[in-house]
Ligand binder design. Structure first.
Ligand SMILES: Cc1cc2nc3c(=O)[nH]c(=O)nc-3n(C[C@H](O)[C@H](O)[C@H](O)COP(=O)(O)O)c2cc1C
Length: 158
């Protein structure tokens, strides 16, 4: 199969996930292109798409929303969607709910075949008042990426 793994990123995490997903898909014998959304024009050459981006402001990044709602369905290709979040697994229940609603809602609205939310990373520890607002524990590592989860997702793709 010919895959496109396309993404938007602010600090590089989603790009690194896209590369790792591509590596696993290639190991399975697929032909894979990895592109920033800005580099994507024609989707006709691909059999399936994987699209991803970060959670910003508790919602999927606007470029992920736009791609999922317009280009991906217009292509007629099946696509899987992933989002990268620091707070989903570790923040207050209200943030988890909001993030899940945003990603699940986007996947449902756009017709994605599957969706996932993966832990990401931040560059510096939150100050106390921010930790309080988000509900994150003091000892939460800055980097909560789970590469096994990324690889499992990639292996689960057809
Ligand atoms: C400007 C900005 C806003 C963010 N907002 C959220 C948020 O609302 N919820 C969340 O769970 N994580 C948030 N994060 C954390 C990111 O999801 C995490 O850092 C992720 O690894 C970033 O992915 P990227 O490097 O592909 O942009 C934010 C990060 C940045 C830089």
């Amino acid at each position: 199969m010919k895959y496109l793994v396309a993404y938007v990123t602010k600090t590089g995490t989603t790009r690194d996930f896209a590369s790792r997903i591509a590596k696993v898909l290639e190991e399975k014998g697929n032909d894979v292109a990895v592109k920033d959304f800005g580099e994507v024009s024609d989707l006709s050459a691909y059999d399936r798409l994987v699209i991803g981006g970060p959670i910003n402001g508790m919602k999927p990044h606007p470029d992920l929303q736009a791609f999922a709602e317009t280009k991906a369905p217009a292509s007629g290709k099946p696509f899987d969607l992933f989002a990268v979040s620091y707070l989903f697994e570790n923040g207050r229940a209200m943030w988890k709910k909001a993030i899940r609603k945003g990603v699940e809602g986007l996947a449902a609205k756009s017709g994605a075949a599957s969706w996932r939310i993966f832990g990401g990373k931040i560059d510096a520890a939150f100050p106390g008042f921010v930790r309080f607002m988000f509900g994150t524990p003091k000892d939460l590592p800055l980097d909560i990426r789970n590469w096994d989860a990324i690889e499992d997702f990639a292996r689960s793709l057809p």
